[in-house]
Design a protein around this ligand. Structure first.
Ligand code: HEM
Length: 115
């Protein structure tokens, strides 16, 4: 993601000039140690969790509600159909400066008898 500076300004001691290109790294903001305790640990119960995974401001993700609803539906179904789930190998990150996520996540799970 990128923004173009609209007017000369100073931000956090950095002089920015009108027309400068800025690259946004939301994934880096989500690991800001001045905001998050233990920022490199995935904690599903982190609260409050002021992450910027869907951006911020006027370009905030228009699909965030759909994304959240579909993830919730997926996890709800998964949890109702399995008894246990565990890592079965080393996770592998996607190597990209644009998309942050996992390329591989080997899992072993036990399907519940009721499913
Ligand atoms: C987990 C899934 C998703 C993530 C992590 C995500 C993340 C983001 C982020 C970080 C931005 C801000 C971009 C910026 O600051 O320039 C954004 C914008 C946007 N997203 Fe998503 N998104 C997701 C799902 C979706 C879905 C499902 C849709 C559409 C159905 C969608 C449509 C858009 C659009 C159209 C924008 C641009 C909004 C604008 O510039 O005004 N996204 N998204």
């Amino acid at each position: 993601m990128k923004r173009v500076v609209a007017q000369d300004l100073e931000f956090n001691g950095q002089k920015l000039r009108k027309g400068d290109n800025l690259v946004l790294f939301y994934c880096s903001a989500n690991r800001d140690e001045s905001i998050f305790e233990d920022p490199f640990t995935f904690r599903v119960d982190r609260s409050p969790n002021p992450h910027l995974g869907f951006g911020i401001g006027e370009h905030f993700c228009i699909g965030s509600h759909l994304a959240r609803a579909s993830q919730r539906a997926l996890l709800r179904e998964l949890v109702s159909r399995i008894d246990s789930i565990e890592l079965a190998g080393e996770p592998e990150q996607i190597e990209s400066s644009f998309v942050v996520g996992l390329k591989k996540l080997p899992l072993r799970y036990r399907v519940s008898q009721a499913a």
